[in-house]
Design a protein around this ligand. Structure first.
Ligand SMILES: [Zn+2]
Length: 583
């Protein structure tokens, strides 16, 4: 008997299966017109028990019968094998997602990252340029950190030399504040106050805008793919026109009519559309409207597969799927990095994506939440966008980047403990005991704080969280790396920022308590002054460690926003006399 056999998988717009016998059944059950839309994937597979157990026909006979029965269609369609699907359990697309909504990277730092990723086996980078892209015709969208078109060309040339495919990400539904804040596009807003999303009933206007933006992206990128976003359309069905359409059809139809228009645009440019899968999981009814070239990215940052909806419906849709874990995501913030959580996500989700036969894997790394708070100058005029949630820059996350690249090189789940020991030995010259201390410090009490109360851990006072943050910092400082001290400094700075920020939270909690009043506020002055001294020291450190990574103006913004809460508290305890230098 054969140990392995060649297996077919039939995918149609409606069904997909890995089962040999089921494939055959689906094929024969299809109406003739549907057979025009089949894809037959051929790949080597271990023999299955259902074949061994079949009472009358040997696997060889089944194989022969299936090939003969499919042959006319195979010849007609000219498709014998689909290269999108993984061979031998490996991912064909090994991608890293770069989010430049905030913390726009200096070009040499971006190229250095590409080089490092290539050396570690990555073959694709998904660039979420957002407003850092130098739009040609719709130039009002580009921001102060926009690269020049020559810089982008140079980056893509460089990546081509490295054999890295650079996929542009152009948001086309939600997460489009950076476009819609410009009143040129006001007619497309789903809501004038929350303009995170275009109104999907404005199909013609949307088509005109996104056709131009996608064409602009394609003009500088060579990738066969365009990522069109499509995630977190929180306002789906919000405006009166959308509500009417939903009443007549459904939220799924509302979503997919718009996404189909965008996908068709991408296909008309000779490219394949890629989109996040959360809304399709939530409202899968009309998923089949999308062109067969569409690729879904199933992002899972450590939750149940059915978190957004029935996962099996996505798998059965027949579309190509890539998986996406994360190394920086909610609730990571100024004062919190959930190292252990991200290691667990890598350890569990990557094997899961292999098991599901996903043909690609994308590591996401969010610089911010993707949501913005808006400052309005008048009821109608948005002035500023403040990103909600800011995370330490990617400069501090080489450890997790390498954990990811190590995990996708191996068929076995990553052993985080062993990986950290090896990484620490190679990169910092640590012995096992040092590496264990390092991991202990990284893992320590990463709990979010909401209104002075610890989330995710009951009966854990803020003061105790501050103690543990101080302990973690002590551990980091006690470790003396033999090499790569500059990289190691990022952990120390992250830890210092964490301790500082938790102390600001403590001051804020005390000032929100009953005992804080006009007579007692002076008591806080010295305490906040000390924190202000620390904040200035941290800002200098942040600038020093990130000056090659971020533009000076980005560094200034990061420092200003991180100190905003403290500055606000200072304003409450300071008297006007404090402003007078003579006093
Ligand atoms: Zn609408």
């Amino acid at each position: 008997m054969l140990d392995f056999l060649i297996q077919f998988r039939v995918r149609t717009r409606y069904k997909c299966t890995n089962s040999f016998l089921e494939s055959q059944k689906i094929f024969f059950d299809l109406e003739n017109k549907e057979k025009e839309n089949i894809f037959v994937d051929v790949y080597v597979h271990e023999k299955t028990s259902e074949m061994q157990n079949h009472p009358t026909l040997s696997p060889a006979k089944y194989f022969k019968r299936f090939v003969l029965s499919c042959l006319p269609i195979l010849i007609l369609s000219g498709i014998f094998a689909h290269p999108e699907f993984p061979q031998n359990g490996d991912f064909r697309v090994k991608a890293f997602h770069v989010d430049l909504r905030v913390q726009v990277m200096k070009m040499p730092a971006l190229m250095k990252l590409a080089k490092h990723l290539q050396q570690e086996g990555i073959n694709t980078i998904i660039m979420e340029w957002e407003a850092s892209y130098p739009y040609q015709k719709e130039a009002v969208i580009s921001n102060e950190f926009a690269y020049t078109r020559e810089e982008i060309k140079k980056f893509i040339d460089y990546c081509s030399q490295l054999k890295i495919d650079v996929i542009p990400l152009q948001q086309t539904f939600g997460h489009v504040e950076y476009i819609l804040k410009n009143y040129k596009y006001a007619a497309l807003r789903e809501d004038n106050k929350d303009f995170s999303q275009v109104c999907p009933t404005e199909l013609d206007k949307n088509k005109a805008l996104f056709s131009g933006l996608i064409e602009d992206m394609i003009s500088l990128h060579r990738s066969p793919y365009v990522h069109i976003g499509g995630d977190e359309t929180f306002l789906l069905g919000h405006c009166a026109k959308c509500q009417k359409k939903v009443a007549e059809s459904s939220l799924s139809k509302l979503y997919f009519d718009h996404i189909k228009m965008i996908c068709d645009l991408v296909v008309s440019f000779g490219k394949k559309p890629v989109l996040w899968a959360d809304i399709a999981l939530n409202y899968p009814e009309f998923i089949h409207l999308l062109p067969k070239e569409t690729v879904f990215v199933d992002w899972n940052y450590g939750w149940e597969m059915d978190r957004f909806g029935d996962h099996q419906k996505l798998v059965a849709s027949g579309y190509e799927i890539w998986g996406a874990p994360s190394i920086r995501s909610e609730p990571d913030n100024f004062y919190i990095e959930k190292w252990e959580h991200h290691f667990n996500n890598i350890t569990t989700f990557i094997p899961e994506a292999r098991k599901l036969n996903y043909s690609g894997i994308v590591m996401t790394s969010w610089s911010t939440s993707g949501a913005y708070s808006t400052v309005f100058d008048s009821n109608e005029d948005p002035l500023l966008l403040f990103p909600v949630r800011r995370v330490y820059p990617l400069s501090g996350f080489n450890l997790l980047i390498d954990a990811y690249t190590t995990a996708i090189k191996s068929k076995e789940p990553l052993d985080a403990g062993k990986f950290i020991i090896t990484y620490c030995k190679e990169n910092y010259g640590f012995n096992d005991a040092n590496a264990t201390q390092f991991k202990r410090a990284l893992w320590m009490t990463p709990y979010p704080v909401i209104r002075g109360t610890i989330k995710e851990r009951e009966n854990f006072p803020l003061a105790q969280l501050i103690d543990s943050a101080a302990k973690a910092l002590q551990l980091f400082v006690s470790l003396k790396p033999q090499k790569n001290a500059a990289e190691f400094d990022h952990y120390i700075l992250m830890s210092e920022i964490r301790l500082f920020y938790l102390k600001v939270f403590q001051a804020e909690a005390d000032m929100n308590a009953e005992q804080f009043n006009a007579d007692t506020r002076g008591v806080f002055y010295q305490r906040l002054l000390q924190l202000q001294t620390t904040s200035r020291y941290l800002s200098r450190r942040f600038e020093k460690l990130n000056k090659d990574f971020l533009y000076p103006e980005e560094i200034r913004k990061e420092n200003a926003l991180r100190n905003f809460k403290l500055d606000d508290l200072m304003g409450k305890v300071r008297t006007r006399i404090d402003f007078n230098p003579k006093n």
